[in-house]
Design a protein around this ligand. Structure first.
Ligand code: ADP
Ligand code: MG
Length: 951
């Protein structure tokens, strides 16, 4: 143990007797003196992080982070009852000088060693103060998107659990760090956009147990070989919405811990308890590093800009007691057990020694604890350590070793890094919603068209029949009138005529008999006058009749012309109808195109995330690797199409690239000897294969709001052509063959990943799918799937196979060459993006198979069932990730369509899932499909009644 004065750079330790204190104690960086203020100021306290941090990853290409030393506070437990009695005659072995942040460890009555810490907490320090100086700055960093660790170290019984884990349900002032941290976190997150989730674990004898799920007994640690990020995919993760549920969870964890330890016949002081809190927040606006990187990019339309999320992780570790376990094996432990129990703690000590001494080798891999905490010590997290000691002189040895541990930990420098990334998932969700809106809008318009046509047609028909009816009625009325009047006047004329005849006859008789000339003359004159009068009367009547008839004829003519008019309007209504029908057909055609686009967009989303990962990886590496000659500039141009300012810049740059370098040359570089050159060449090809895609997306959504749908579809069609042309060029130049060869010949996983990404992209076209199959692509992809470790590689490979699964013609061959087994093998990685691709592949395959069965080109059991896919899909049918679940639900529905599969599905437990889907699935079409299948299939019906399912 080094006790030389002044050897510690941070001045942690100085040896001085009580009388002389000449040794200068260099002051370490202090804890944030006023943590309250800083919560709102959003700066990382104590390090001036924002000021010294590189403002942008994008411009500086440097994400080494900012230095942040591990902070150490010491906390003294008050004497307990036993010590009051046993140590009554002795002084405490330590003396605290909290103002000076120093601690004196008594050696004997006249001599002591003095140590300086970041904070010295006396036996009177309240839990609130301990939280504020030890944990609050860490919690604030986590809220800002950094990782953080709070850890307690010390002998059993000195107050580690008291400091970290007290629930304080009876006395709120007694609440420990875990509870207080969650209170601060929940107060600061937004329920709508952010999420908080926790895992709670115990590490004992190098086995990690899930304290939230006691059946989960041996959880493995997964490390991302590139980023070094550590995760525990097997651990339960519970979303926290309020403080009450969190406290419940802690209590549950505590109960499980007690039960587990009883079973293992040990005490909790022998195990480490680890609480992990994941805080995911979405960043709106300016202060984000990523947003300032893309903020001045005119090509990034607003709607295409992915939101930014910050993911902070808080780890709270209640370590096992630091006292040495009796190596003789007493206390119920064998020597082996004792070694194993000690392993993680002693490994932690070794790592901290190595880090404190800047040693080139830090034995992180020696234990599970050090692997779990690799980010906390010497990593990118903000770390705060509280060492707990007791006052009793009887434990002076343990107290001294605890103090030395703290002193060494103070010398560990971390590099704090912001965990910020684009939220491609939510962008994809947003794009999905936008697409759905467009489709709905389109359907609404179509419906409106149909209604309009119907309305015009019925109106026109009604008008015509109405006019015809009025015309007929009027005509009939006129005819009757005319006839009546005519008959009346004829009758009158006849009467008059009769009367005249009579008059004439009477007059002649009188003349013949009397022969009195004067009378005769006078009589003759009278009757002639009367006759003349009658005649003129008749004439006027006749004239009147003629006039009436003329008027009636005019009326008839008028009605006739009205009828002609109406006929004309009927004809024009008919032509309107046929025009509208034509429009309707056009709309239907456009809808089809739009649906095609959706399919392309969805599979190309795969490419976006691929790009994102590549960017992230690039940023991780800190700078571009060196690539010789024109390939270097080529890379930059391909990667940064946004540097051009015109909308056609990308098109132009690619064309220029072809001219300058030539596709053939790029392809020849795929076989270059230098691995770096090879990697870059694959990346260029991958970019070319995807080129045009960003433009498609950009135009698609940027134009959606400005132009109508028509324009939108044209845009998409032309951009799609552009990207197809590139893909064709690559394939024609033998690029596909070269990419496949790379999968076979290269051992480098980066090459595998990028090549698989490019193949996945090419595999979106049917012609390419056949080519890939013909060249043994499935075997190569399966091989890559078997050896890959990086989830991103697996995702690319799974994406490629999933695309091939959607080709009707390749089903049998794909299966024969092990494609399905390869897909299934990739679920071992557990990454949700990989699982989503696997599920998509299975759904694609099931769909084609179902189609073939319906058409009668396939019979017998599903090849998916033959290859043992059923257990996995049943297990994941209700997966909480919606893309996985949706694909699996579809796959199950397709499989259930055919009776040959029913028996296996029932025995494999799929029937329960089908019933659930038919009841709860959020998509109505899937729900209906499942319901129809269940009601139509006699086997399922029998199965349900046997299982007692009431359907
Ligand atoms: P550890 O987890 O280090 O083994 P505990 O937290 O279980 O220690 O503490 C041991 C005992 O000491 C408990 O009864 C606890 O209530 C008490 N204790 C610890 N620290 C304090 C403190 N600062 N004030 C009062 N009691 C304390
Ligand atoms: Mg404890």
């Amino acid at each position: 143990m080094a006790t030389t004065a002044g050897v510690y750079r941070n001045g942690n330790h100085s040896r001085n007797s009580q009388s002389t204190s000449n040794n200068k104690v260099e002051k370490p960086l202090s804890f944030n003196p006023n943590p309250k203020k800083s919560l709102k100021s959003k700066s990382l306290p104590g390090s001036g992080l924002r000021k010294s941090a590189p403002p942008s990853l994008g411009t500086a290409k440097d994400d080494t982070g900012v230095p942040g030393r591990v902070r150490v506070a010491v906390r003294l437990r008050p004497r307990n009852e036993e010590e009051m009695v046993a140590d009554a005659d002795f002084a405490d072995c330590v003396e605290l000088l909290p103002e000076a942040k120093r601690l004196k460890l008594r050696k004997n009555n006249w001599d002591s060693d003095t140590y300086e810490f970041d904070e010295v907490l006396t036996e009177f320090a309240s839990q609130k103060r301990v939280y504020e100086v030890v944990a609050k700055p860490v919690v604030e960093s986590v809220m800002d998107g950094y990782n953080g660790t709070v850890m307690a170290y010390g002998q059993t019984g000195t107050g580690k659990t008291y400091t970290l884990g007290r629930l304080g349900e009876e006395d709120t002032s007694a609440r420990g760090i875990m509870v207080r941290a969650m209170e601060d976190i929940l107060a600061d997150v937004s329920q709508e956009t952010d999420s908080v989730s926790v895992s709670y674990l115990q590490l004992y004898m190098e086995t990690i147990q899930d304290l939230l799920d006691p059946t989960n007994g041996n959880i493995s640690i997964v490390e991302d070989p590139k980023s070094g990020d550590v995760s525990l995919p097997g651990a339960s993760v519970v979303e926290i919405r309020n403080q009450k549920s969190f406290v419940e969870l802690l209590r549950l964890g505590e109960a499980h811990r007690f039960a587990a330890n009883t079973k293992l016949n040990t005490e909790s002081s022998r195990s480490h308890a680890i609480l992990m809190v994941h805080v995911k927040r979405s960043v709106k606006g300016r202060d984000s590093i990523l947003s300032s990187e893309t903020g001045n990019n005119p090509h990034m339309a607003k709607s295409l800009k992915p939101p930014i999320i910050r993911k902070g992780k808080l780890v709270v570790v209640d370590l096992a007691g630091s006292e040495r376990i009796d190596k003789s094996g007493s206390g119920g432990h064998t020597l082996e057990e004792a070694k194993s129990i000690n392993l993680s703690l002693s490994a932690l000590g070794k790592c901290i020694n190595a880090l404190a001494e800047n040693s080139s080798h830090v034995p992180i891999r020696d234990s599970k604890l050090t692997r779990l905490l690799r980010d906390s010590f010497g990593g990118s997290a903000r770390t705060s350590l509280v060492i707990t000691i007791g006052p009793s002189p009887r434990h002076r040895g343990e107290t001294a070793s605890t103090i030395m541990f703290g002193q060494r930990a103070m010398k560990v420098e971390n590099m704090l890094k912001l965990k910020e990334e684009f939220d491609y998932k939510s962008l994809s969700r947003r794009l999905d919603i936008q697409l759905e809106k467009l489709i709905a809008e389109h359907e609404k318009q179509q419906k409106a068209f149909e209604n309009e046509i119907e309305r015009v047609t019925t109106n026109a028909k009604l008008q015509i029949s109405e006019s015809e009816r009025t015309y007929a009625v009027e005509l009939e009325k006129e005819r009757l009138n005319y006839q009546k009047e005519y008959m009346e006047s004829i009758k009158k004329l006849e009467e008059k005529w009769g009367m005249n005849q009579q008059k004439h006859a009477g007059g002649e008789n009188i003349a013949g008999l009397k022969d009195e000339s004067s009378n005769w003359i006078s009589n003759g004159e009278d009757s002639r006058v009367a006759n003349m009068e009658e005649l003129s009367e008749m004439k006027t009547k006749l004239q009147k009749e003629t006039l009436l008839r003329k008027a009636a004829e005019e009326e008839v003519n008028k009605l006739k012309s009205q009828l002609a008019e109406l006929k004309k309007s009927e004809a024009s209504a008919k032509s309107d109808i046929s025009k509208l029908q034509k429009k309707l057909e056009d709309e239907a055609c456009q809808k089809e195109k739009l649906e095609g686009e959706i399919a392309i967009l969805q599979s190309q989303l795969l490419q976006i995330s691929f790009e994102a990962d590549e960017t992230a990886r690039r940023i991780d590496k800190g700078s571009y690797e060196k690539v010789p000659g024109s390939l270097d500039s080529l890379m930059l141009q391909v990667r940064q199409p946004q540097n051009n300012d015109s909308g056609n810049g990308e098109k132009a740059s690619i064309a220029k690239l072809f001219e300058q370098v030539g596709l053939q040359r790029i392809l020849s570089l795929l076989e270059a000897e230098d691995v770096d050159v090879r990697i870059h060449a694959v990346k260029v090809v991958a970019n070319l294969a995807a080129e045009g895609f960003f433009l498609v997306l950009y135009q698609h959504f940027a134009s959606a709001s400005f132009y109508g749908q028509h324009q939108l579809i044209q845009n998409c069609a032309s951009s799609d052509l552009l990207s197809k042309t590139n893909q064709e060029k690559i394939v024609e130049a033998g690029g596909l063959t070269s990419l496949l060869m790379l999968l076979r010949s290269s051992k480098d996983e980066t090459i595998h990943r990028v090549a698989a990404g490019a193949i996945a992209n090419l595999a979106m076209s049917e012609t390419n799918q056949e080519l890939i199959m013909a060249q043994g692509g499935i075997r190569l992809l399966s091989m890559t799937a078997g050896s890959a470790e990086d989830p991103q590689t697996l995702r690319m490979v799974a994406g490629a196979i999933a695309n091939l699964c959607g080709n009707d013609k390749l089903q049998v061959k794909l299966r024969g060459e092990g494609g399905i087994r390869a897909l299934l093998g990739m679920v071992r990685c557990g990454h949700p993006d990989v699982l989503a691709q696997v599920a998509r592949g299975i759904a694609n395959f099931a769909k084609c198979e179902s189609r073939a069965s319906t058409q009668g080109t396939k019979n017998g059991r599903s090849l998916l069932i033959e290859d043992g896919v059923l257990p996995w899909i049943v297990q994941n049918a209700n997966n909480e990730a919606s893309p996985i679940r949706r694909h699996i639900e579809l796959a199950l529905c397709h499989l259930a369509q055919h009776e040959v599969n029913a028996k296996d599905m029932i025995s494999g437990g799929a029937l329960w899932e089908l019933v659930r889907i038919s009841r709860d699935c959020s998509r109505e079409d899937i729900r209906t499909l499942a319901h129809r299948t269940l009601t139509c299939s006699p086997t399922f019906q029998a199965g349900m009644s046997r299982l007692g399912i009431d359907y």
